[in-house]
Design a protein around this ligand. Structure first.
Ligand code: UDP
Ligand code: LCN
Length: 807
């Protein structure tokens, strides 16, 4: 990048640069973000009548395109440039003579502090957090396009180790295989095989033994012969399967390669008991969705639990274990809320519908202040309760499982912190799922953290995030951009790389984005509930009629606000919680500003609640007020229906299909959406979907192929794009159908729970093996993280608890 700035200076563009900087000085703003920089540059180009070629093709144009931030300091400008994904360069450009100096991360963080008047050099340095040295022990990916494909990389790395140093690595593999037991029963190999050398020769013998038998013969028929050779259950349920597994091991010993390694490790029966940690919010199977803090994460975890149990049963059965005896178990660990507001959140144990052995286990927060801890607590406030919650949960989990779990998956910042505490105590593989990292959701949340601390407590949340993401053995993200963003915008994890929490700490290296711990494993959608509207044989006509009435005609002020003048117009539909970021109000405004759209469509919103007095959540209340204001301001009466209902699961599936029956359109207008399950639900139901271009939808949808992107910050452009579709459908009646079918195809081919859990279990096993072989290398990082937990997080959490005690 220094070459690019050099090129600007060397190529007669100096005057433009100087003039552009002078224009920036005229502005009041001292901190410009990418959008503002692009707008300022485009204003510069038009003001000076610059040709198009200059705006985008000049060296200056390119430099501007890569610049994420500009900070105006006294006498100089600080440019934060992102020349490629996951990399950042910072330099200072002096105003007088345009000299360029590269800045260190420390200087950058200081200047950010200075900008908000929180820089105090005379009081000594602020605490600096740097996790990089711990990653120096482990292998790292080189090419940013391979970020998020950690396991492929790790398999290559491990298989090359097996190749280069077979003695050490085969010995490790042998010891690892000898470890596996379930409920006291030895699996895979017994004490008759005493070394790696013996294992290799016994594998060849066993292969000879099975090779004369029919592939379909059951494992039980030769179990005892196998045992006398040193082999225990776990190799396969039939001769064919046992043969394949032994061949994989034989090949791994002789000529290791990454595919064989992955295939072999993925077959080892080493996961029987899984914990999915999701403490905050209302976690239940009915009547919880659409409440504050309870959205996609609950849907995700419940569906994942069901699919995991099924996959575990299938895998263990294929491995030759008797699943009626070796019953895999999945526990969703959540919070017990005594004042449960009509939900089952006050029940300790609840079976997950449609499973044999998946449960919701609810553990209460300790009763520090019954006024608070007996009821729902916002995810922003729960930090003080998590350590004791982890201690209590450990006891309950050990009792429920009658042993330790094999895998702990954390969800969201709080669940990941609890997963860290549990995994550390129980010595179990830890996996993290972020769902949404708040840091990038709230603009300047770190720089101005002190101003919003009372409401959001980001100092606790971001510290918890840093601890948990660094501690995790592996992280699954729903999209690539969740990790490292796009060429234009930084990723959610990337935003933890380097940032300041003024007067608290500076993070100079918050997480290694090139670490193989990152893996993209998107979620799926519950195919029993959400399926194409064309599958009429699976739809209940009564439900359809009832929901049709609810959506378009029912006159019940308790549930619905608004009556449609013409219910036959094409419905624009959206369903979300009334969070500011979900931006349902933006969609209403977009609709309000477009008379053409109002002429051709109705707007139908499912948004949980109708009345401000029914919510304790500040954001929800203010969004409701805003929505009422917009309806009045644009006089949308007769054109909009706002359903204040929380739909049971089956209804939420059918509601999308009814919208599809009406050739409707689904719009997801969020200002940012980490992933967006409603998009999968709408697409699989067959509704052409318009979704925000900020976040996960950018990867789910391929624009104009199986859906459309919208920019929710440009309301008129958004209305135009929807109108263009509506007009195209009017001209070509097949167009709606084409997009509808391609949306359905997209979900079935790429976003199913089966793909997700197969991948997740394979990762759990490979990272379990990697964890086993690299445990010592991780210990110093874990000790550092523990120090942060006890010395930084815990005292702050205690302060918050004291505040709570006085409420
Ligand atoms: N949902 C619902 N009723 C509502 C609002 C949302 O059933 O009133 C469901 C919706 O069908 C989806 C989930 O909640 O399954 C929302 O997930 P998404 O990932 O779209 O967003 P999140 O709420 O997690 O931010
Ligand atoms: C949280 C979000 O904000 C959504 O974008 C995701 O779809 C959901 O969690 C499930 O991961």
């Amino acid at each position: 990048m220094s070459e690019l700035i050099q090129a600007v200076l060397d190529n007669n563009e100096k005057t433009d640069l100087r003039q552009f900087l002078r224009d920036l000085r005229q502005q009041e703003q001292r901190y410009l973000l990418r959008n503002e920089i692009l707008n300022a540059f485009s204003a510069y180009c038009s003001h000076h009548e610059k040709p198009e070629q200059f705006c985008h093709g000049s060296h200056l144009g390119k430099l501007i395109a890569y610049t994420q931030e500009i900070i105006l300091d006294e006498g100089s400008f600080c440019f934060i440039v992102r020349p490629k994904i996951a990399s950042q360069e910072v330099f200072r450009l002096s105003e007088d003579d345009l000299t360029v100096d590269v800045m260190t991360v420390q200087e950058l963080l200081d200047i950010r502090d200075l900008l908000v008047n929180r820089f105090h050099p005379n009081e000594g340095d602020v605490l600096e957090l740097d996790f990089q040295p711990f990653y120096d022990y482990s292998p790292s990916i080189r090419d940013p396009k391979n970020i998020g494909k950690g396991v492929q990389f790790l398999n290559r790395f491990l298989s090359s180790k097996l190749f280069q140093d077979p003695q050490e690595w085969l010995e490790a593999l042998f010891k690892f295989l000898s470890l596996h037991r379930h409920n006291g029963t030895q699996l895979l190999i017994n004490e008759r095989i005493k070394s790696q050398g013996e294992l290799s020769s016994q594998v060849k013998k066993a292969l000879q033994f099975v090779s004369g038998r029919p592939d379909t013969a059951a494992y039980e028929t030769f179990r005892f012969d196998f045992q006398s050779m040193g082999f225990e259950p776990g190799w396969g349920n039939t001769v064919g399967r046992v043969k394949e597994t032994l061949e994989l091991l034989d090949e791994l010993v002789d000529s290791p390669d990454h595919q064989t390694l992955e295939a072999f490790i993925s077959r080892i029966p080493m996961v029987f008991r899984v914990v999915l940690v999701s403490p905050h919010g209302w976690f239940g199977q009915e009547g919880v969705l659409g409440r504050p803090d309870t959205g996609g994460q609950v849907v995700y975890v419940l569906d994942q639990a069901k699919s995991l149990e099924k996959q575990l049963q299938e895998d263990l059965c294929l491995a030759g274990l008797d699943v009626t005896k070796v019953k895999p178990k999945v526990i969703i660990l959540s919070r017990l809320i005594p004042n449960s507001d009509g939900t089952r959140c006050n029940q300790r144990l609840e079976k997950v519908h449609g499973t044999d052995n998946a449960w919701i286990l609810r553990v209460p927060f300790r009763d520090f202040n019954p006024n608070l801890t007996q009821s729902w607590i916002s995810r922003f406030e729960i930090w003080p309760y998590l350590e004791t919650y982890a201690i209590d949960s450990e006891r309950e989990l050990l009792a429920e499982f009658e042993g330790r779990p094999d895998l702990i998956v954390g969800n969201y910042s709080d669940g990941n912190l609890v997963a860290f505490l549990l995994a550390r105590r129980l010595k179990v593989t830890q996996c993290n799922v972020a769902h949404a990292l708040e840091k990038s959701k709230y603009l300047f949340s770190n720089l101005y953290w002190q101003d919003s601390e009372e409401q959001y407590h980001f100092s606790l949340q971001f510290t918890a995030d840093l601890i948990a993401m660094n501690a995790a053995n592996f992280i699954i993200s729903s999209t690539y951009q969740e990790i490292v963003g796009t060429p234009d915008s930084i990723g959610q994890y990337e935003s933890y790389k380097c940032f300041t929490m003024p007067e608290l700490y500076h993070v100079v290296n918050g997480v290694e984005l090139f670490s193989p711990k990152f893996n993209v494993v998107p979620p799926g959608v519950n195919e029993a509930v959400y399926f194409p509207y064309t599958r009429s044989e699976d739809r209940l006509p009564d439900d359809r009629d009832r929901l049709e009435d609810l959506l378009f005609t029912l006159d019940d002020p308790e549930q619905v606000y608004g009556k449609l003048d013409d219910p036959s117009k094409q419905p624009l539909f959206s369903m979300a919680r009334l969070d500011r970021i979900k931006n349902l109000t933006g969609l209403a405004e977009c609709f309000g500003r477009s008379p053409e759209l109002q002429e051709r469509c109705n707007l139908i919103l499912v948004a949980g609640k109708l009345r401000v007095e029914d919510t304790a959540d500040r954001e929800e209340a203010s969004e409701m007020e805003k929505l009422y204001r917009i309806i009045d301001e644009y006089n949308l009466h007769g054109k909009i229906r706002w359903l204040g209902v929380r739909l049971p699961k089956t209804d939420s599936g059918e509601i999308y299909r009814v919208i599809a029956d009406h050739q409707g359109i689904f719009v997801q207008p969020a200002l940012f959406e980490a992933f967006g399950l409603t998009i999968l639900e709408a697409m699989i139901s067959g509704i052409p979907t318009f979704a925000t271009q900020f976040g996960g939808p950018l990867e789910i949808i391929q624009d104009r192929v199986n859906g459309f992107y919208i920019n929710p910050t440009k309301l008129d452009e958004m209305a135009e794009k929807i109108l263009e579709f509506v007009s195209k459908c009017e001209q070509n009646p097949d167009y709606w159908q084409e997009i509808s079918s391609r949306g359905v195809e997209r979900v079935y081919s790429t976003y199913t729970w089966r793909i997700h859990t197969t991948r997740l279990l394979s990762l759990a096993k490979i990272y379990g093996f990697w964890n086993y072989t690299s445990q010592e290398d991780r210990e110093d990082m874990l000790r550092y993280l523990e120090s942060l937990f006890y010395l930084l997080f815990k005292p702050r959490a205690k302060q918050l608890l004291e505040q709570h005690m006085h409420r």
